[in-house]
Design a protein around this ligand. Structure first.
Ligand SMILES: Nc1ncnc2c1ncn2[C@@H]1O[C@H](COP(=O)(O)OP(=O)(O)O)[C@@H](O)[C@H]1O
Ligand SMILES: [Mg+2]
Length: 230
């Protein structure tokens, strides 16, 4: 997976309400594990949403495997899955198994293959015993695992995760962190649970819409902590 941001920027609103929230981001990402950190409002979610074309650049370009998100968003969304902070925003179907299978509804795969993939993921995430339960009744941690399974089922090359552990207690956050480490796809993870980035290849630090640091996680986390104290 190759992500290239070239002079990337974004502004929300128009006219007098127009506000630049991301500016001049130039970066090339090829690593398998990339962290994104920064204060609330620093532009992390805006940057993440641009990676699969949910938000389009107001300035510059974002290329995913050479495809421009402004032109090829549909193709890019097949490669790039997205996991939101609140799994309730992602749960669509009544039961756990149906919800996890949802992304394959137009795949043309035979029902047995869909069921095989669903059960394999549910088993891996300790949710097989809940397969036919109402999805809304799972605990917060289980819901986030279900949402991750629903993304993984389509076998994306990259998964963008926007603070997937922020609503969870530390035990569940660590469990999700452990499972994230087992994901084969490229992962881009925005988080305030900084310890989850320990084994990552690289971490980006955003501040006031600018990419202000970029390096190995320990160095980036130190820069972020220094910003907090500034
Ligand atoms: N849909 C939106 N409309 C207007 N402003 C927005 C919208 N989404 C985010 N913002 C603003 O953009 C800035 C960056 O937000 P965001 O990318 O969500 O940062 P982070 O994820 O780091 O908290 C914030 O000031 C936020 O208020
Ligand atoms: Mg955010």
């Amino acid at each position: 997976m190759i992500i290239e941001a070239q002079g990337l920027g974004h502004a929300y609103g128009e006219g007098s309400t127009r506000r630049i929230v991301l500016e001049g981001v130039d970066v090339q990402l090829t690593e398998r594990r990339i962290g994104v950190i920064g204060h609330n409002g620093s532009g992390k979610s805006t940057f993440l949403r641009m990676l699969n074309g949910l938000v389009l650049p107001s300035e510059g370009k974002l290329l995913v495997n050479g495809m421009d998100t402004a032109k090829d968003a549909k193709a890019i969304r097949k490669l790039v899955g997205f996991l939101f902070t609140d799994p309730d925003n992602q749960i669509i179907m009544p039961t756990v198994a149906e919800d996890v299978a949802f992304g394959l509804r137009k795949s043309g795969l035979p029902a047995e293959e869909v069921n095989r993939r669903v059960d394999e993921l549910l088993d891996r995430f300790g949710l097989l015993g809940h397969r036919d339960h109402p999805a809304q009744l799972l605990s917060g941690g289980q819901k986030q695992l279900q949402a991750l399974a629903a993304v993984l089922i389509t076998q994306p090359e990259m998964i963008v995760m926007d603070e997937p552990t922020t609503l969870l207690d530390i035990r569940n956050a660590n469990e999700i962190g452990r499972i994230i480490n087992t994901v084969e796809a490229t992962v881009v993870l925005a988080t305030h649970h900084l310890h989850l980035l320990e084994d990552f290849d690289r971490a980006l630090v955003f501040d006031h819409g600018h990419l202000v640091a970029d390096g190995d996680p320990a160095t980036s986390v130190a820069r972020y902590r220094a910003l907090m104290e500034a």
